[in-house]
Design a protein. Structure first.
Length: 174
């Protein structure tokens, strides 16, 4: 028969092992959540967008001077559009976090959605400026083709698909 002292020792060992297991599991869980919440550091890298310029060169039969202009417009557009897109992603993340809080702060949610709307407007306006810059460089025939390309892209027509950026799998920021 097991003595009372041995029985208490076994109970304490079981309790300590149980507490150790629970704390290990909780530790892993908290660290995993902390990793998911960490925002990646913003690394400013100017990615060459030769593929998009090449796409327009081939589709519109651009001259060398036109290609250079398109490249300049494209780089400026990408810089601004990527910044706006990054801000939109941060706001969406804040919105989801805010929706998960209790009590819900509807005023803060309204502020976030207004900011998202303003950034969307900025992005669309920047896309319009980008299009108009390219159009001003084109001949009448090229401008018509450019318009058809933009219509196809905006309607998600599968006949015209611009090249995707390497490593991201994203489409244009429009």
């Amino acid at each position: 028969m097991v003595s009372r002292k041995k029985y208490h020792i076994v109970l304490w060992i079981i309790a300590i092992l149980f507490a150790t297991n629970v704390s290990t599991i909780l530790s892993f869980w908290f660290h995993k959540r902390a990793e998911l919440k960490q925002e990646p550091e913003a690394v400013v890298v100017e990615l060459p967008n030769e593929q998009r310029t090449r796409f327009f060169r081939e589709q519109l039969d651009l001259s060398f001077d036109q290609v250079d202009s398109f490249r300049i417009y494209n780089r400026a557009y990408n810089r601004e559009a990527n910044q706006i897109t990054h801000e939109l992603e941060m706001l969406r993340r804040q919105m989801v976090e805010e929706m998960g809080k209790s009590p819900l702060n509807e005023g803060r949610l309204n502020e976030i959605t207004q900011s998202i709307g303003e950034l969307h407007t900025q992005l669309k306006n920047r896309t319009i400026d980008y299009y108009l810059q390219m159009k001003s460089t084109c001949t009448a025939e090229q401008a018509e083709k450019l318009n058809n390309i933009f219509i196809s892209i905006l309607q998600k027509d599968e006949n015209v698909e611009p090249p995707r950026r390497m490593g991201r799998g994203r489409r244009w920021n429009n």
